[in-house]
Design a protein around this ligand. Sequence first.
Ligand code: GTR
Length: 330
Amino acid sequence: MNTRRKYLATGALVAALSCIGLSPLTAQAQMVMKAADVHPAGYSTVVAVENMGKKAEAATNGRITFKSFPGGVLGDEKAMIEQTQVGAIQILRTSLGTVGPVVPEVNVFNLPFMFRDEAHLNAVIDGEIGQEMLDKISASPARMVALAWTVGGSRSLYTKKPVRNPDDLKGQKIRMMGNPLFVDTMNAMGGNGISMGYGEVFTALQTGVIDGAENNEPSLYTSNHFGAGAKYYTQTRHLMIPEIIVMSKVTWDKLSAEDQAMFKKLGREAQMEQRQLWNESVAESTQKLKDAGVEFIEIDTQPFYAATAPVRAKYGEKYADLIKRIEAVK
Ligand code: GTR
C-alpha cells in the first residue's frame, strides 16, 4: 500500500470506529475474563481476585473486566484447570495440590511436613524460590501463566470420631485432593486416602462414603463439612500447600506486553491483599467453628511426621537440592 492509500484506509477505520462509538484508542479488543474459584463469594481468594479485576478495569478504562465464578460453579479444581488450559476459563485461583499432576515439579511444595510453619512457607513463596516456582509453572507445557501466590494456611484432619495418633486412623476413609501424593500421604498417616473433588465431600461425609477429610479452618467453616458430622478437628498440620492465581496461556498470548506487565503487578498486589484477608478469616472461622461445637484437638504431630517420611523420600528425592534450599530459608 502506498502512503496515501494507507492514510485513506486509516481514516476510514477511524470513521468506522467512531460510528460504532469506539475511539481508535479503545479499539483494542474488549475482554471479559472469567475468574473461577472453588471457594464461595466473600472468601479471601475470591475477594483478592475480584479486586484485581477491578484494578485491571480501572487501569484499562474498562477494556478488560473480570466476571467472577466462585463456589465451584464451573466444576471442581481438576476440571477448572483443564478449562483454563484450553482458554475457556481465563483466570483461575487453585491449590498447588491439584496442579501437581500437570506440573510435577510443584509437588515439592505439596510434600507432607515440608515447611516448618506458615511463616517459613510465606518466606519461601514471597522470595526467590517462590518466583522460580511461578516461572517453572509458566514455562511448563501446562499452558497456564502463574501470576501470584495465595495462601491456605495448614491442613489438618477432621473426622467423625476423634483422632489423636496414626492408630486412631486405621480403617478410616479420608478424602484427599486429587493427587496420588496425597493418597500416599494419608495411607502413610494410618488412614485410607480417597481422592475426590471438593464439591463432593459434604455428601460423601453424610452418606458415609468417607469418614473424614482434611483442610484449613476457613475451608472447613465455609464448606460446612462439620455440619455433615465431621466435628473433631485434629491439629495435624500435615500439609501446608500454597495456592496460585493463574491466567490461561491462551489469554496471556493475546495481551500486549503492557497488559502482561500490569497483570504481573496486580498479581503481586493480590498476593499481599489475600494474605491479610486470610489471616483475618482464619481467626474468624476458628471462632465460628468452636461456637458451632467443633472440637479442636491439639496433638503431638511427631508420630505423623515420622510416619510420612517414606512419602517425602519417594516424591522428594528428585528435588533434593531444592528441598535443601527451602530448608535454608529463615
Ligand atoms: C482448599 C483450597 C482449595 C481446594 C480445597 C480442596 O483449602 O483452597 O483450592 O484445593 O482446599 O480441598 O479441594
